[in-house]
Design a binder for this molecule. Structure first.
Ligand code: PLP
Length: 452
C-alpha cells in the first residue's frame, strides 16, 4: 500500500518545526494529522503520494489559515451602499480613531471624573442625540431590533399594541414585527387593511388595555397605487388624545434630508420628534453611517423607564461603540457629515466623478488585454432605506470571455481582497457607487489576476 510512502505524524511535525513553525504543539499536530488524512484520501483515489516538502507546505498553509481571521475587508462593487451582508456602514476615519483610542486603554466609561465616583455610560451620547434630534432624552442599545424589543417589553408586555396591517412587516434577517411583539409578551392589534389605514381605524381599536401605538417605517418595500397611511402628526394626535404613547420605528432614519441628492425623502428623526412621536428608534449603522447600534430618542420619563428595565443592561453598548458613535455624531453637529461620513461621501459623489473613474479603470484593464467597458447604471441605497429608489451610477462591465459571468464573479469573490460584483445582462458589473476611490488600483489588480 502506498500509504507507507507517507511520513509518520511525528516525522511530519519535526519537518514542519525545522521549516520554522513555532506554533503550539497541539495546533501543529492537528494540522499535520489533517494533512496526512487528506493525503491518504488522495492516494486512495489513485493519486501518487505527495513528497515531504509538499506535505510540509500544506501543514504551513493550514497553520496560517488557523490564525487568519474569517472576517476580512473586501471591495463592495455591488453599487449598494448599505448592505447588511457586507457590514453595513463603513466608519469614518474619526470614528475608527476614536474606537482605537478608547478601546486600547482605560476610559471614564462609567466614571464621573468630577465626583470621583461611579457614573453612567449613558451620559456620553445623550446630550449629543438630544441636540441633533430635538428630543428630550436618548438611550443607545445594541441595535435597532433590540431598541424596538426593549420598548415593547418595557411598555407593553401583557397589553395591546396597535399596528396598521400595512406595517406588520418583515424587515429582513428574521425580524418580523408580529413575532417581535409576540416575543415581548405584547398583543398585536392589527387595524386597517394592507393598503389603506386611517386615523379612525386606530381610534376605534383603543381600549383600556392599549399600551402603545406602533408605527413602523416600511423600509424595504413600497406600496404604490390606492394606498393610505395617516401622517405621523395625525397619529400622534390620536395617541395623545387617549393618553397613549406612540413609538415610531424608523429603521434607518436619517439626520440629513435625502432629497438634496435627487432621492425620495427618507423620514428624518427630527421630523418624527417634531411630529410628536413619544419614542423614535433607528439604527446606528444604516444611513446614520456609524457603528452598529440601536438609538432610542424621546420623552424623558419614557427613556428613564427603558433605562431602568433589566433588559437594558443586557442590551447595553460597549465603550468602542460609544466612542465611534460619538465621533460620527460630532460630524453631524459640525455640519461636516457629507464630507466625513463614508455613507454620505458615497451617496453625494457626482455621477461625472464615477464615470471618469470607470473610464480610467476600463482603460487600464483594456491596456492589459481585458475587454472592459465603462457603462452607465443605477444603484440602490439599500439597508432598509429608500426602497425602490436608485441613484445614477457608473461602472466597469466585464464581458464573459472564456468563462461565463457566474464563474468570473465567483473568481472575483475568491480573490484577495474579495471583490463582490453584480451580474447585469450576462456581464459582470463593478458598480463604482459603493467603491472608494482609494480602492480603484486594487480593483484593477484583482481583475487582472483573476482574468488569466
Ligand atoms: C433595519 C430595521 C430594523 C432593525 O434594525 P437593526 O439595526 O438591523 O437591528 C428594525 N426596523 C426597521 C423598520 C428597519 O428598517
Amino acid at each position: 500500500m502506498t500509504f507507507r510512502a507517507l511520513p509518520s505524524v511525528d516525522r511530519l511535525i519535526r519537518a514542519v518545526r525545522s521549516d520554522g513553525a513555532d506554533m503550539p504543539h497541539e495546533l501543529v499536530r492537528e494540522a499535520a494529522r489533517a494533512v496526512l488524512n487528506e493525503a491518504r484520501t488522495s492516494i486512495s483515489a489513485g493519486h501518487p503520494p505527495p513528497d515531504l516538502s509538499t506535505l510540509v507546505a500544506a501543514v504551513q498553509a493550514r497553520l496560517r489559515a488557523d490564525v487568519t481571521p474569517s472576517l476580512r475587508p473586501l471591495i463592495n462593487a455591488t453599487g449598494v451602499i448599505i448592505q447588511t451582508n457586507l457590514g453595513r456602514a463603513p466608519l469614518s476615519a474619526a470614528a475608527c480613531a476614536a474606537m482605537q483610542e478608547v478601546g486600547s486603554g482605560y476610559s471614564n466609561l462609567e466614571y464621573d471624573l468630577a465626583q470621583g465616583e461611579r457614573g453612567s455610560r449613558h451620559v456620553h451620547l445623550e446630550s449629543l442625540l438630544v441636540q441633533l434630534t430635538g428630543a428630550e432624552a436618548a438611550l443607545v442599545v445594541n441595535n435597532n431590533a433590540a431598541a424596538v424589543y426593549l420598548v415593547l417589553i418595557a411598555m407593553a408586555a401583557g397589553r395591546e399594541v396597535i399596528v396598521s396591517r400595512g406595517q406588520a412587516v418583515e424587515i429582513g434577517g428574521g425580524f418580523r414585527i408580529p413575532d417581535v411583539l409576540r416575543a415581548s409578551g405584547a398583543l398585536l392589534i392589527e387595524v386597517g387593511t394592507t393598503n389603506r389605514t386611517y386615523a379612525r381605524d386606530y381610534t376605534a381599536a383603543i381600549t383600556e388595555r392599549t399600551a402603545l401605538i406602533l408605527r413602523v417605517h416600511t423600509s424595504n418595500f413600497r406600496l404604490i397605487g390606492f394606498v393610505h397611511e395617516p401622517p405621523l402628526a395625525e397619529l400622534t394626535a390620536v395617541a395623545h388624545t387617549h393618553g397613549i404613547p406612540l413609538l415610531d420605528d424608523l429603521g434607518s432614519g436619517t439626520l440629513i434630508d435625502t432629497r438634496q441628492f435627487d432621492l425620495p425623502p427618507e423620514p428624518t428623526v427630527q421630523e418624527s420628534v417634531a411630529a410628536g412621536a413619544d419614542l423614535v428608534t433607528f439604527s446606528g449603522d444604516k444611513l446614520l453611517g456609524g457603528p452598529q447600534a440601536g438609538i432610542i430618542v424621546g420623552r424623558r420619563e419614557l427613556i428613564a423607564r427603558l433605562r431602568r428595565h433589566p433588559l437594558a443592561r443586557a442590551l447595553r453598548v460597549d465603550k468602542c461603540t460609544i466612542a465611534g458613535l460619538t465621533a460620527t455624531l460630532h460630524s453631524y453637529l459640525r455640519g461636516t457629515a457629507l464630507r466625513e461620513i463614508p455613507v454620505w461621501q458615497l451617496i453625494s459623489t457626482p455621477l461625472s466623478a464615477l464615470q471618469a473613474r470607470a473610464e480610467r479603470i476600463a482603460g487600464a484593464l483594456r491596456a492589459a488585454g481585458i475587454p472592459a467597458q465603462m457603462v452607465d447604471c443605477a444603484s440602490a441605497i439599500g439597508g432598509g432605506s429608500l426602497p425602490g429608489a436608485t441613484q445614477p451610477s457608473a461602472g466597469v462591465a466585464l464581458p464573459p470571455v472564456g468563462c461565463g459571468a457566474t464563474v468570473l464573479a465567483h473568481r472575483l469573490r475568491m480573490a484577495n481582497p474579495p471583490v463582490i460584483t453584480r451580474i447585469v445582462d450576462d456581464q459582470v458589473l463593478c458598480d463604482l457607487r459603493s467603491v472608494f476611490p482609494h480602492e480603484d488600483t486594487t480593483l484593477i489588480n484583482v481583475v487582472r489576476e483573476v482574468w488569466q
